[in-house]
Design a binder for this molecule. Structure first.
Ligand code: PLP
Length: 403
């Protein structure tokens, strides 16, 4: 079997596991163990010195976790992967690995709230600075680079406005200027976008979201293009900061990952149906979705993504009160942060995920009080539309009563 040529749909099910070495077990066994017994004292020494490959202690490596890491390496077309206890552990590990005191990190205009928090912490403690910049053109990126810049850290699509960063432009500037590129690929999942193929050096995921897909695990993954470098991160920052994943959570991710392709297809087809519906509503002002034909960045989307995925943002009439009334009028769709689950979730970024961002910055990023973010789940699209419809009807009544 030439694994290289296998489709991603097959990789998520088979990569990195041979049941014949595990009593024929079809499912990947859960090695729920903290440590591994050596056969002899000499073998223990050889494992530590690296003369002999093998398990030592689960913070340094675990057979269940390894299957997940190999699957992710193949899915993102990388050379090595590391699994973490949260998405933030993946983010902090790569940023600690790439920087030293006094360095500068160039970031996309929008980044995940806790990543923003981490950058503040790194600034306070180690004088590592950062800038959040709109990366509309190569010139805009070039202009923001400083002598002490070491890496470009981006998210695309940007949460929650679904604004895209042109990955080809970022990579071309980074190569010219000798900078490493890290992409937080959480929103797309490896099914929709593979930044390493475009030339990024690292891609990371909050595996809490689409990778797991079932809303019952917090985890993170980091994939790189250099096997030796990934192993050196494993045996330094990951081992010594210690943000590793538990074998059980890795096992749950392996189970969730098997259905990534079928889930992403349904998330996307549901989202497409909901977009058609939302755009026709007079209470909806604007819909934000990468593959929407009216999106001015549609061409960029097509160059770097295979499809639009399951996240839709939209603005609703009536400002904050309108947005809150709408959310409270839903019943099937749950009010919750997080995304990528089987359940459709809705949240209000200005009072929830982005409430810590100062108002002026928030508005500059397009996060107004009337913006809502929908993580479209796997339910039947007609049931979701029926729920949205009844919430719009309740809003109509409220508006009529006001007049
Ligand atoms: C959720 C999320 C994170 C953080 O991941 P955790 O698993 O919650 O630690 C990072 N980046 C993005 C884009 C996210 O959505």
């Amino acid at each position: 079997m030439e694994e290289k040529n296998m489709h991603k749909d097959t990789v998520v099910i088979h990569e990195g596991y041979d049941g014949s070495a595990h009593q024929g077990s079809l499912a990947v066994p859960l090695y729920q163990t903290s440590t591994f017994a050596f056969e002899t004292a000499v073998q223990g020494g050889d494992r530590f010195s690296g003369v002999e490959a093998g398990n030592i202690y689960s913070r340094l490596g675990n057979p269940t976790v390894r299957v997940l890491e190999e699957r992710m390496t193949a899915l993102e077309n990388g050379k090595g992967a590391l699994a973490f206890g949260s998405g933030m552990a993946a983010v902090s590990t790569i940023l600690v690995h790439l920087t030293k005191a006094g360095d500068h990190i160039l970031c996309s205009r929008g980044i995940y709230g806790c990543t923003f928090g981490l950058l503040g912490l790194m600034n306070q403690k180690y004088n590592i600075t950062h800038d959040l910049v709109r990366m509309g053109t190569e010139e805009e990126i070039e202009r923001a680079i400083k002598p002490e810049t070491v890496c470009i850290y981006i998210e695309t699509p940007i949460n929650p406005t679904m604004e895209l960063v042109d990955l080809h432009a970022v990579v071309s500037v980074a190569k010219r200027r000798g900078l490493r590129v890290v992409v937080d690929n959480t929103f797309s999942s490896p099914y929709l976008q593979n930044p390493l193929d475009i030339g990024a050096d690292f891609v990371l995921h909050s595996a809490t979201k689409y990778i797991n897909g079932h809303g019952d695990v917090i985890a993170g993954l980091l994939v790189g293009t250099d096997k030796e470098e990934m192993e050196s991160i494993r045996m330094s920052v990951q081992k010594d900061f210690g943000g590793i994943i538990s074998p059980f959570d890795a096992w749950l991710l392996i189970r969730g990952l098997k259905t990534l392709s079928v889930r992403m297809e349904r998330h996307t087809s549901n989202a497409e149906k909901l977009i058609g519906y939302l755009k026709a509503q007079k209470l909806v002002e604007k819909v934000y979705y990468p593959f929407d034909v009216d999106n001015p960045q549609f061409e960029i989307a097509k160059r770097q993504m295979r499809a639009g995925g399951g996240i839709i943002s939209f603005t609703i009439k009536g400002g904050k009160e309108g947005a809150q009334l709408f959310m409270d009028s839903l019943s099937l769709i749950k009010i919750a942060v997080s995304l990528g689950d089987a359940e459709t979730l809705i949240q209000h970024p200005s009072t929830m995920t982005h409430s810590v961002v100062p108002e002026e910055e928030r508005l500059q990023m397009g996060i107004t009080d009337s913006l809502l973010r929908l993580s479209v789940g796997l339910e039947h699209a007609d049931d979701l539309i029926a729920d949205l419809k009844s919430a719009f009807a309740i809003m109509e009544v409220a508006i009529t009563e006001q007049d």
